[in-house]
Write a protein that binds this ligand. Structure first.
Ligand code: NAP
Length: 629
């Protein structure tokens, strides 16, 4: 092992996340004294360092020096892995309060404190094959786990490379908006993230490396666009047709990993096709179009526009940003910050630092925020709020926004959302968005668009906004799940006709009458308060690998209709309590019928719990097999 530098260690002690450091010391020493002092206190807008008194900060660092340095130099052995009860105490301490005990089994698995990846499935007891559609984050993961379970996997990918959303979204400024130390597979950490929220090409490299490292490219047929998947009840297999029939394959299982956000949605605005200049969607960025000195019109102010508008604003002659609804801005000072070398050093070398830091991010960003986006029963507070915690947060966020537009107070009414926080995805704010909107060469246009003309966007008040280039930041056909291909199940049932625009599934994965078929990131598996979607995929893939075992043991399986229906009723009832489910709140989370078809309304730990393994009682053989029996 290369000799570690004392100077690097000392620098790390200064920069590291203190609550994480304290838990690392406790774990390495077997002594919980540091956890018996002040409990970390977190302010939603603070630096996340726990707000310890200065003498206690010094104490944590001194203890870290005393305990960790001899371990790093090999003079001392770390204590044995803590007992589950002790881990529970450590988890609760770092979270700044009691973490319910039902999180413990999940966190023991996720944290991998003993270095064992418990998510590796054991081999299934029969030969099975699976077709996975899509080689993005979820498809690669599904292929890896199914192969580990002994299933013969083929991935079909329309593009010429892996990476999915990170391959397609190449717009200026694209970056992840979940902290990277959380936005990574639990079993494939990356200690070298260059930024806390890394840019698109870094993410693409991560998934490319993952695919190469695990030999997943060899399983992939690139340039293969699936058009139809059909269940053959007589043979108990899925047959898949791609590339106009040039590719035909069959397998026992079909896994869709095509994502929710991959079919660009262009707005239905009169005259859209008449625009004479270059016009493109954020997910199909035209890097050949030079924006320098051009008049650019941007439609939309969602997560994508929020990232590319500040990037391109300095180049263009003039930009009109057409906003229908403003986004909520969540203060995130380090959104564009590099990870300091000393921090990277800690992640790489301090025992278990990466794991505890990941847990802290997980708790702070996901289940810990649920109360702020849940409606209080009988709440009668001000407009745009759904409960006391939500109202308190709203007031604090408005203050932060107001401070940024002090010089242009007329802007305030246009950039403060009327809907409750959590109604739509909130965006990470380090000030660049509102700065961009206040540039001399940028106008925020809040009048509705009436039509598009060859050289202008015209608003309802008749004003023409001349433009040379038109950029659509208008999102995706998110609620048209699996829009790009047809799925035919038992008795010739067409999945899209079954859904009638209102996609539903059991646990986001299974639909009655579609045996051995599973979706990842399917209906009601999206998250709003910024957890990592990789977590969801890991849960779903675990379930699918366990389902493979059930299929190997008892033949094709189809979820029972009553199980599917009662699950969806529970989801709908819970979504109705959440900010995004409130009447009057519109977003891509709701489908054309107004039902929330995207979001998981429960805690993340509930999805983990529900996806441990399929309950055989919730499944049945396909109808044809039942009739024959
Ligand atoms: P989006 O959030 O759906 O935003 C689309 C925007 O276009 C909204 O502001 C919408 O206004 C507006 N719009 C749609 N039709 C319009 C019309 N006819 N006239 C005027 N405005 C119109 O799409 P997105 O920004 O591409 O983001 C989609 C999702 O992708 C995000 O929510 C997020 O989950 C993911 N994403 C993630 C990242 C990241 O992690 N870094 C980055 C980008 C995207 P309304 O709000 O009024 O509908």
């Amino acid at each position: 092992m290369a000799k570690l530098s004392r100077a690097d260690f000392e620098a790390a002690l200064v920069t590291t996340h203190l609550p994480t450091l304290a838990v690392c010391v406790a774990q390495a020493s077997g002594d919980d004294s540091l956890l018996q002092g002040p409990i970390p206190v977190y302010d939603f807008f603070g630096d996340g360092m726990g707000d310890f008194p200065e003498d206690w900060q010094a104490k944590i660092r001194a203890e870290a020096d005393r305990v960790l340095w001899p371990i790093l130099t090999g003079e001392r052995q770390p204590a044995t892995i803590p007992s589950p009860e002790r881990i529970h105490r450590m988890i609760s301490w770092i979270a700044g309060g009691d973490v319910p005990a039902d999180y413990l089994p999940f966190l023991m698995e996720e944290l991998m404190l003993d270095g064992v990846d418990r998510r590796v499935p054991s081999p299934v007891p029969a030969q099975l094959s699976a077709i996975v559609i899509g080689a993005g984050m979820s498809g690669l993961l599904a292929a890896l786990r199914l192969r580990q379970a002994g299933v013969a996997v083929t991935i079909l990918e329309a593009n010429e490379d892996v990476g999915g959303t990170w391959l397609l979204n190449r717009y200026p400024g694209v970056r992840v908006d979940t902290p990277n130390h959380l936005y990574s597979y639990s079993f494939e950490p990356n200690h070298d993230w260059p930024e806390f929220y890394s840019q698109g090409d870094v993410l693409l490299q991560y998934f490319r490396r993952f695919a190469s490292h695990h030999g997943l490219r060899e399983l992939t047929r690139f340039g293969t666009r699936v058009e139809e998947a059909k269940w053959d009840g007589a043979r108990g297999k899925w047959s898949v047709r791609a590339n106009g029939g040039a590719v035909k394959l069959e397998a026992d299982m079909l896994v869709s990993a095509v994502g929710q956000l991959n079919e660009p949605r262009y707005p239905d605005i009169p005259g859209r096709d008449s625009f004479a200049g270059p016009a493109f969607h954020s997910a199909r960025w035209r890097h050949d179009v030079d924006l320098a000195g051009k008049r650019v019109a941007v439609i939309g102010t969602g997560a994508s526009a929020f990232q590319f508008v500040p990037e391109i604003a300095p180049q263009v002659a003039h930009m009109d940003v057409f906003q229908r609804t403003p986004p909520w801005l969540g203060p995130t000072d380090n959104y564009h910050d590099p990870v300091p070398d000393a921090f990277q050093w800690a992640v790489e070398h301090i025992p278990n630092y990466d794991k505890w830091y990941r847990f802290w991010l997980f708790w702070m960003l996901t289940d810990g925020v649920i109360p702020q986006v849940t409606a209080d029963e009988g709440w009668n507070g001000p407009a745009g709020t759904i409960g006391a915690a939500n109202a308190e947060l709203r007031a604090a966020l408005v203050e932060k926004i107001a401070a940024q537009v002090e010089a242009n107070p007329q802007l305030l009414g246009h950039v403060v959302p009327q809907y409750p926080f959590g109604g739509k995805r909130s965006l990470r704010d380090n000030g660049v968005w509102l700065k961009a909107l206040q540039r001399d060469n940028v106008d925020l246009v809040t009048k509705s668009i009436a039509r598009i003309e060859p050289d202008a966007v015209v608003t309802e008040d008749g004003e023409r906004h001349p433009a040379d280039v038109l950029i659509y930041g208008t999102g995706f056909h998110a609620s048209d799940f699996l829009k790009s291909f047809k799925v035919i199940g038992e008795d010739g049932a067409d999945l899209h006709q079954r859904w009638q625009g209102d996609a539903r599934a059991y646990l986001g994965m299974c639909v009655p009458g579609f045996p051995n078929f599973f979706m990842i990131y399917g209906p009601n598996t999206n998250i709003v308060v910024n957890g990592s979607i990789i977590f969801f995929s890991e849960c779903a893939v675990n379930y699918i690998a366990e389902a493979a075992r059930l299929i190997a043991e008892q033949g094709p399986i189809s979820v029972k209709a009553e199980v599917h229906d009662s699950f969806n009723a529970r989801v709908d009832a819970e979504n109705a309590k959440m900010a995004w489910g409130q009447p009057g709140v519109t977003s891509w989370y709701k489908n054309a019928r107004g039902r929330v078809s995207q979001n998981w309304p429960f805690a993340l730990v509930d999805y983990w719990q529900a996806t441990r393994k399929p309950n055989p009682d919730e499944f049945e053989a396909p109808r044809r097999n039942r009739a024959a029996a």
